[in-house]
Design a protein around this ligand. Sequence first.
Ligand code: NAD
Length: 501
Amino acid sequence: MQTETQIPAVRRAETDTAPSIKEDLTPDGQFIDGKFQPSSSPELIDVIDPCTEKVIAQVAAGTAEDVDQAVAAALRAKRSWGRLTPKERSTILLKIADRVEQNTELLVRLESANAGKPFPVSHDDIAGTVDTFRFFAGAARSVTSQAAGNYAEDHLSVILREPLGVVGVVTPWNYPLLMAAWKIAPILAAGNTLVIKPSEQTPLTTLKFAELVADLLPAGVFNVVTGTGPVVGARLSEHPDIDMIALTGSVNSGRAVASGAAESLKRVHLELGGKAPVVIFEDADLAGAATSLRAAGYYNSGQECGAGCRVLVHESVVGQFVEHLVNEVQSLVVGEPGAGDDVEIGPLVSQAHFDRVKGYLERAAAAGIPAAVGGTVLDGPGYFVAPTVLVNVPDGAEVATQEIFGPVVTVETFADEAEAVTRANSGPYGLSASVWTENARRSHDIAGQLDAGTVWVNSHLVLANEAPWGGFKGSGYGRDLSIYALDDYSRTKHVMHNHGR
Ligand code: NAD
């Protein structure tokens, strides 16, 4: 096993070659009732390019008053939007998908400037956004209720599926537009109106989306209020006229949203953190697993809730596996989006997050956990961290139990199946996991025993709009994507007709 620290190839561009996005920005203010209007407060939030650490835009630090105005607009729009036929809503969602697709380059530019994503990652995000709208345009027309019948004498039961009403949405910074689309598309498809608060760190593409689709949606159906979690997010959570609050974010924000929602007893939909165990048995394709983790552990700089970041490998093959993984990770190219077509790994999103990840690496080193590759941050400007593999990680170590959310994969060993399952299920999260073995009986059995909302077998981090995404335990509840999201964003109603004569 390799134990010396080697920083992988680093590619850096001149920071002033980043394309200007000044022309791409939306008008100032909040997007409420179909148009941009001034926030009730003059306060602004700086939006930073994490490659250059420079301010690239400013957005309104929204207020509770802004939220109230947006909710009032969403309430006014809810009856007519909810009464459209699925076909009519579907047609609009398809037009939204086309509009986003036609503006791919613009949205890629904004997403990469704001989140530091390499261009191929932003391209994936925008393509995913388009497909999400197309999927829900189709799914909206396929929803059926359970068959109705005469269950009480002379009474015909009819089961309707209705929109909830107004949904509040709070999104994170790691996939700004894609995570917004995962909410917006099913919420609109199910006939609801909404108010969304993008992350204060990455609001640019959600605002641009509002501008791009303004002529496709009736005023008030879709509203954006920028601002901080404790102000705008908290008001959305507690607002008495909001019927559901949906958050993708950290566990702490999930707790805050759920407790804010408690007073009004609104529904809560939470997609929270993850720490995906990757369980590799001695009969697995070790090279294949390492190749898969090259993407699944480091994609989006590891700022990925489903990242395969916690390897549990059988003790008899750990040396071979780590050698494969280190070879893969050493070939990752780090740099700014503009630094070349081969750049795969960008910076972390912010100074605060960079400091957090750096802290994990420093404490791991102080605890004697070796880095087989990486293990350090890179010189600035920019919040770059070297893709890292930590090995010989003891059971229960901080880096193996807490969500680092950076380009860091930890490697632990296990002696038998029972230990592998117990250890994989031991953390607070339950979002996703993978099992690697050539034995089909074992893979079925272990997949059944892993406590995670998604389990991959001989794969990791492959998603499809048709399949549900969401977690157990500390990873939250509710499902994104698939017809299960349409279920979550609607309600059933029983209407009973007395036809006795
Ligand atoms: P975060 O919780 O810091 O922020 C997410 C959003 O919540 C932001 O818009 C923020 O302003 C808002 N927020 C913060 N405090 C709030 C409060 N008190 N009330 C209401 N809203 C509040 O998360 P982040 O750092 O932006 O994103 C990273 C986290 O998101 C990670 O934990 C990651 O695992 C998780 N995530 C989960 C999924 C999933 O599908 N399960 C997907 C992406 C990200």
